[in-house]
Design a protein around this ligand. Structure first.
Ligand code: ZN
Length: 132
């Protein structure tokens, strides 16, 4: 942070200027930091001391409404189109993050299911012929 009195750069944690001993104003220092591209609120503080100008867009994402989920699940009833839609929602980046995460997880579950059914389809007949 920079001293508002003499302009000397000081440690972010310090309360008094090392050069002129003036009381450092934190709000002024934050403005300086934003101008110089230095932001010490990057560690996920959303309201550190009440002077954070950084907006965390991830945290501000609106929740998906019940109506939107209803439409989503109705669309999933359409054969073939539902598979396309799952991939779109999971990977296009247009869907809200929580929705894309949901469908990524669903695709992983589907992949495991398909993998297991292939293994069973291959090994059950072998088991059948081995027994009889
Ligand atoms: Zn100073």
């Amino acid at each position: 942070m920079f001293c508002t009195n003499c302009g000397t750069r000081n440690e972010p944690a310090s309360n008094y200027c090392v050069q002129c001993q003036a009381l450092l104003e934190k709000s002024a220092a934050t403005t300086q930091n934003l101008q110089t591209g230095y932001n010490y609120n990057q560690g996920g503080y959303t309201n550190y001391g009440g002077y954070n100008n950084q907006v965390n867009t991830d945290a501000l994402e609106k929740p998906i409404t019940v109506g939107e989920w209803l439409i989503t699940f109705l669309l999933l009833l359409i054969p073939i189109a539902n598979i396309v839609l799952i991939f779109v929602w999971a990977f296009s980046g247009t869907a809200p993050k929580s929705k894309s995460n949901f469908f990524k997880a669903q695709l992983i579950i589907m992949a495991i299911g398909i993998g297991l059914s292939i293994i069973l389809a291959l090994f059950l007949p072998l088991l059948f012929f081995a027994l009889y």
